[in-house]
Design a protein around this ligand. Sequence first.
Ligand code: BG6
Length: 490
Amino acid sequence: MNEQNIDLVIFGGLGDLAGRKLLPALYQIERAGLLSDRVRLAAVARDPIETKGFLDYVEGRLKQSLASADWSESVWQKLSKRFSYIGMDFSNKKHFSALNAWLDSDRLVIYYLATPPSLFGAISQHLHDAGCIASTSRIVLEKPIGHDLASSKSVNDTVARYFTERNIYRIDHYLGKETVQNLLALRFANRLINSQWDNTCIDHVQITVSETVGIEGRWGYYDQVGQLRDMVQNHLLQLLCMVAMEPPNSFEADEIRAEKVKILRALTMIDASDVEQCAVRGQYAAGWIAGQPVVGYTEEIGCSQKDSATETFVAIKAFIDNWRWSGVPFYLRTGKRLGEKATQIVIAYKNQPHAIFPDRQALGSNRLVIRLQPNEGIQLEMASKKQTLKDRLSLEKRLLNLDFFDTEGQDRIPDAYERLLLEVFKGDQWLFVSRGEIEASWRWCDQLIGAWQDKALKVHRYSAGSSGPSKAELLIERDGRSWFGESTLS
Ligand code: BG6
């Protein structure tokens, strides 16, 4: 078989994820000239429409979401010729024969399951029963994989009956972000950084993923899940791994994934005895975002439980029990309907052992701020001499700035899904999550959720547009520290 002949089959081709992320990503890959001529595409969904109807829908969605300068009729013509639409019910195994008829046994097939995870098992089984799986077939699974450790094992076990681990691509789209991959370059290609990356130099780490969006019409899904399962179990813990892992032997998938698993397994469990000190949950009430009024979580469209205690905000103080990070707190914070959209990692260095400058302490210690979105870049806060004749030797804070967007001179930073789709085509799993990682992170989250339940801890209200509940500030201020950018967030 020629591995270049690839069929990508998207289950859930008319769904939200396909419309918002996958189809625009395929368009951009085509536009960049990176989509091999040998790739065919199929969208699979329930609606009984023809390929022409599907293409009209895709064209409309793309024109809506792309910047007008990105639209090119010739790119669209090329992309649209690759597509077929197959209308079928995923839960009915008889319908899989239509897919089988479209497939060509000489081509490598990739199944992308952009569907609710509850369908992963059934789809895999029907694919198998209909003879649609070869030993080379790949499957791409969207998060969440399960709801807890037990259910994630069950999903993974079912899929593993039909696909080998090296053909399973579990997506965490944060790993597809340019700036997340840049963490590897920053840490492992720069001796200066690498040599100062442990508990002798670093005081603490902050990882913040602050969102302005609410639950975007997903109340039914979100209320069963909450921010811990939706964001921490995957995205924030993956970021934490990228910051904390040891240098892998190489950038081969197995090497990187093995290092990440070690970190996840070394996370100190938070139990009922310390959960109150180490974790805060919040839920947004009505407020204002960008000058517009927004409703509270339990007034969102689709809300069926006015007294829901599902969290839309989490702040956690975590520790990694290993040689490098012993004693260094990792403060994690993420929430919906906060005052600004910002994903950033702050590495806060320790103070100098002895203060020669009277004003050094007041300036604070060095901080390395890694902005993942928006305005991707890296900023190092340094103390520098004030340029003045008035003082003898006084200090001020200056910034060393590396702005990825400006310096790269690109018109846009590629979306995570563009990179991830290309990696699946290439058959490289380095940006995908292994089963071991999924299970280790669920084990830690399950323990935390259990501790919350045991203590029946309150979910604190915060106004939409704020920086979260005041208890989250207390979590870090109790340790004599504060969240970076608090003044800009609130
Ligand atoms: C998704 C979550 O995985 O990530 C959403 O399900 C969240 O709730 C989104 O809004 C955030 O992604 P990004 O790339 O916008 O930070």
